[in-house]
Design a protein around this ligand. Structure first.
Ligand code: PMP
Length: 391
C-alpha cells in the first residue's frame, strides 16, 4: 500500500469546468463553456515583436526578483494609480504567475484552517478551490444585478460570523456577469472596517467594459486588488499581479520564494512592453471591447428571441459571461449531455456553488463565438432544451 497523501487533498474538489473542457473540446460542439479569451483578438504579432526585443535585454534568461521584474511592477503601479485615483507604491505590487497564483498565495498567508471566508453565490470556482485548500470554512452571500448583496453580507455578519476574508469579483463577475455598484463598494469597505476583515477584489475583467468603465475600485487599506494580463493580452504570459498593503505584499513575497523563486523575466518583460505602450494598448482594448460587446449582444439577443421569458439574465455591461437562469425548472446539469449531443456546451450553474437555484442556471461565455456562431449556439441550445423538455 502506498503511504497516505496529506489530509487537505481530500478537502479540494477538482474544477468541474476543467473536466468539462475536455468533454466539450469536440470540433462539432460550439463551446460557450470555457472562460477563454478570443484567440484571434490576442495581439500575436505585437507579443512576438516584444518577445524578440526582450531577448536582447540583459538578464532576460536569468532568475529575477521574486516580486517581479522592476519595470513591470512600475508600470502596474502607475496603471493602478490612474485606476484608483490614489498613489500606488511599487513596493505594494507583487507580480504572480497569473492572478490565480496571487489567490493561492493569499490563501496561504491570510487563512488559518477553520477561518471563515465569504465568497459570492455563485462564486469563481478557482477561488473556491484555493479557499478549500487553505482549510477555510466557506460561507456565501448572494449576488444580484448590482453585485454582492451587501445587506445580506451585513445580516450574515450580524449573526456573529467573523470572516478573515471577503472575496468578490467586482467587475463583470465570473460567472454572474454583473458589476458591484459604487454604493456597494463603499458599503463593503465600511463593513470591512467595522468587522476587521480583508477584502480580495479579484478584477481580471475590469478593462473589458462595453460602453463605460466600471466604478472606481474599492477604496480601503484592507483591500488586496488582483489584476491579470490573461484576458487583455494572453493567458500564456502567465502574468497576474496584486496590489496589497505592505505586510501582505511582504508575506506573499516570502511564500512566493518557496513556491517558485521567481516568475519568468521573459514574459514579464513582454507584458511590461505592451502595458507601457499606452497608445497601442488603448487601441487594442478598444477593439477588444467592441468585439466582445457585439458578441455579447448577438448572444443575448438570440437568447431573448428563442427563449422569451423562460430564460432570464442581467445584460452584461462588460466581461465575457452571461448568467442565464431558466425560469421553467430546467435542470442545466441534467440537460448538458443533450446539449452536447445537439452541438453546444455551457457550464451548469451547479459548478459555481451549492445553492439549489444554481441548478437552473448556466454560464455562457460569449468571448470566443463571433456573432453568427453565437446565434447558431443559441439555436442548438433551444433545440436541446425542447428535446430535454419532451424527454
Ligand atoms: N479570477 C477570476 C475571477 C477569473 O475568472 C480568473 C480566470 N478565469 C482568474 C482569477 C485567474 O486568471 P489568471 O490566472 O489567468 O490571471
Amino acid at each position: 500500500m502506498l503511504p497516505p497523501l496529506a489530509h487537505r487533498t481530500s478537502q479540494v474538489r477538482g474544477s468541474a469546468i476543467r473536466d468539462l473542457l475536455t468533454l466539450t473540446a469536440r470540433d462539432d460542439v460550439i463551446s460557450l463553456a470555457g472562460g477563454l479569451p478570443a484567440p484571434e483578438l490576442m495581439p500575436h504579432r505585437r507579443i512576438r515583436d516584444a518577445a524578440s526585443r526582450a531577448f536582447d535585454a540583459a538578464g532576460v534568461l536569468q532568475y529575477s526578483e521574486t516580486s517581479g521584474v522592476r519595470r513591470l511592477r512600475a508600470v502596474i503601479a502607475e496603471r493602478e494609480t490612474r485606476r484608483t485615483g490614489s498613489p500606488v507604491d511599487v513596493a505594494s505590487v507583487v507580480v504572480t504567475h497569473g492572478s490565480q497564483q496571487a489567490l493561492s498565495l493569499l490563501g496561504t498567508v491570510l487563512i488559518d484552517p477553520g477561518d471563515v471566508v465569504i465568497v459570492d453565490a455563485p462564486a469563481y470556482t478557482g477561488a473556491l478551490q484555493v479557499f478549500a485548500a487553505a482549510g477555510a470554512e466557506i460561507r456565501a452571500v448572494p449576488v444580484d444585478a448590482n453585485g454582492t448583496d451587501i445587506d445580506a453580507l451585513e445580516a450574515l455578519l450580524g449573526t456573529g460570523v467573523r470572516p478573515r476574508i471577503v472575496h468578490t469579483v467586482s467587475n463583470f463577475h465570473n460567472p454572474r456577469g454583473v458589476t458591484l455598484s459604487a454604493g456597494r463598494r463603499q458599503g463593503l469597505a465600511d463593513l470591512a472596517d467595522r468587522y476587521g476583515f480583508w477584502m480580495i477584489e479579484d478584477d481580471p475583467y475590469g478593462e473589458i467594459w462595453f460602453d463605460a468603465p466600471p466604478p472606481e475600485p474599492i477604496h480601503s487599506d484592507r483591500v488586496v486588488r488582483l489584476g491579470s494580463a490573461s484576458k487583455i493580452l494572453a493567458p500564456t504570459l502567465r502574468v497576474g499581479w496584486m496590489t496589497a498593503p505592505y505586510p501582505v505584499a511582504a508575506a506573499v513575497e516570502l511564500f512566493k520564494q518557496g513556491a517558485d523563486l521567481c516568475g519568468s523575466s521573459l514574459t514579464q518583460t513582454v507584458a511590461a512592453d505592451l502595458l507601457d505602450d499606452t497608445e497601442w494598448l488603448d487601441e487594442h482594448l478598444g477593439g477588444l471591447r467592441r468585439a466582445y460587446r457585439s458578441r455579447c449582444r448577438a448572444l443575448t439577443g438570440a437568447l431573448t428571441s428563442a427563449f422569451g421569458s423562460s430564460v432570464e439574465f442581467d445584460d452584461p455591461t462588460g466581461g465575457m459571461f452571461v448568467w442565464a437562469a431558466f425560469t421553467d425548472g430546467t435542470d442545466t446539469s441534467a440537460m448538458l449531455s443533450t446539449a452536447t449531443d445537439h452541438g453546444v456546451a455551457y457550464v451548469p450553474g451547479a459548478a459555481f456553488g451549492s445553492e439549489p437555484a444554481f441548478g437552473h442556471a448556466a454560464r455562457l461565455c460569449f468571448a470566443t463565438v463571433d456573432e453568427s456562431v453565437a446565434v447558431e449556439a443559441v439555436d442548438r441550445l433551444y433545440r436541446a432544451h425542447q428535446a430535454d423538455v419532451s424527454a
